[in-house]
Write a protein of this length. Structure first.
Length: 219
């Protein structure tokens, strides 16, 4: 029988960590240490996430799962998670791997993450942070065939009207966040070109102007 806590293993913080560790074993993938620091950066960038799930709590979950390894309870955990954990551990015993991961999370190094100039955004981190921006930027036409890019951006934003307190409010916040994090067009375009090609300075400014205009006119 699936326990309620299994959600942590299939779609929660432990699932994310194990997936990153497994992916880091693929040829040409980013080192696990880099991926862990991106994960720490993502968690600490949100006050809400940092408050709800501090690093010590993450480490404790990993250690508790290591203690459970080899028991009937662990054998009843979701097969998909146990398979991913085996791939992430590689030749190491899964319980030892979990303890190693917990030790890394507890180490001050884990939370002392570098800036974006030193450790660029990865695709998974960009999607976790800026999913709504990517969704809108990828739908925004580029003004071909004599169309008006400003009008296209306004029409795209207006599609969510009148329920604009949801995605459009999220879009506004994410747009402001991206433009604050990367102050120059060159920095922003260079950061997103490898991971979100649709996210460019020109498109973000079109979208932000459209959001401001929509709220000024309709709300």
């Amino acid at each position: 029988m699936t326990e309620p806590t299994d959600a942590v293993l299939t779609s929660g913080v432990l699932a994310r960590l194990v997936d990153l560790a497994a992916a880091s074993r693929n040829p040409g993938a980013a080192p696990l240490e880099d991926e862990l620091q991106r994960f720490a950066r993502l968690m600490q960038d949100s006050h809400t996430i940092a408050w709800v799930m501090p690093f010590d709590a993450v480490a404790s979950l990993l250690e508790a799962l290591a203690d459970e390894y080899g028991t009937e309870r662990f054998a009843a955990r979701p097969t998909a998670f146990r398979d991913r954990l085996a791939r992430a551990a590689g030749d190491e015993h899964a319980d030892a791997f979990l303890r190693t991961l917990a030790a890394l999370v507890r180490d001050p190094w884990f939370g002392d993450f570098p800036g974006y100039d030193e450790l660029p955004l990865s695709q998974w981190e960009a999607l976790a942070r800026f999913d709504v921006v990517n969704e809108f930027a990828s739908q925004l036409p580029t003004g071909e065939y004599g169309s008006d890019p400003e009008a296209e951006a306004r029409d795209l934003v207006a599609m969510d009207h009148p329920d604009c307190h949801g995605r459009i409010a999220d879009l506004a916040g994410q747009l402001q966040r991206v433009l604050y994090m990367f102050r120059s067009s060159a920095e922003l375009d260079a950061a997103f070109a490898p991971v979100m090609p649709s996210v460019t300075t020109a498109r973000l400014r079109l979208l932000l102007d459209a959001v401001h205009a929509h709220f000024a006119e309709q709300h």
